[in-house]
Design a protein around this ligand. Structure first.
Ligand code: SF4
Length: 145
């Protein structure tokens, strides 16, 4: 049986990005050969629409470009990811770098000025706290070795 892997839906071609596009990676078929892919888009799972305004993390909140607080939706999306982790007994995840939900090492700083800081997304933070090994498209080779 293939090992389960939680994956940001946009990385395998699902058009779940805020602008209705995807972030498809060229390794997605290799990934599918090796793992049982469990897809999640935390922002959509949290109730946000496609398309939607981009959001960024501030200190302890998440706000969209017009200043609306969407923290609750982001937390709900993280809950969905945690539910899938438990349901499928997942130990590893591949998430999209830079996203306020899925960012692994970095995300935007909350000023909507394009500046990134060393911080994980809301969902990633939760998964790391559960002891999940989280990879991004930048470290995907380690998953395919
Ligand atoms: S929340 Fe995650 S899965 Fe959804 S579009 Fe953003 S990066 Fe992709």
């Amino acid at each position: 049986m293939k090992e389960p892997l939680l994956v940001s839906a946009c990385l395998v071609g699902k058009p779940t990005k805020y602008n209705g596009k995807d972030n498809q990676i060229c390794e997605w078929e290799q990934l599918k050969e090796k793992y049982h892919l469990i897809l999640v888009c935390p922002e959509v799972a949290g109730g946000l629409e496609i398309p939607r305004l981009p959001s960024e993390r501030t200190n302890d909140r998440v706000i969209n470009r017009e200043g609306k607080d969407v923290t609750k939706e982001f937390q709900k999306g993280a809950e969905t990811a945690c539910f899938l982790i438990r349901k499928y007994r997942i130990k590893k995840a591949l998430l999209k770098e830079g996203s306020p939900s899925c960012g692994v090492e970095e995300c935007y700083d909350g000023t909507f000025s394009g500046k990134k800081i060393f911080r994980s997304g809301v969902t990633t933070e939760r998964l790391k706290n559960l002891g999940i090994e989280v990879y991004s498209e930048k470290t995907i080779k380690q998953l395919l070795e």
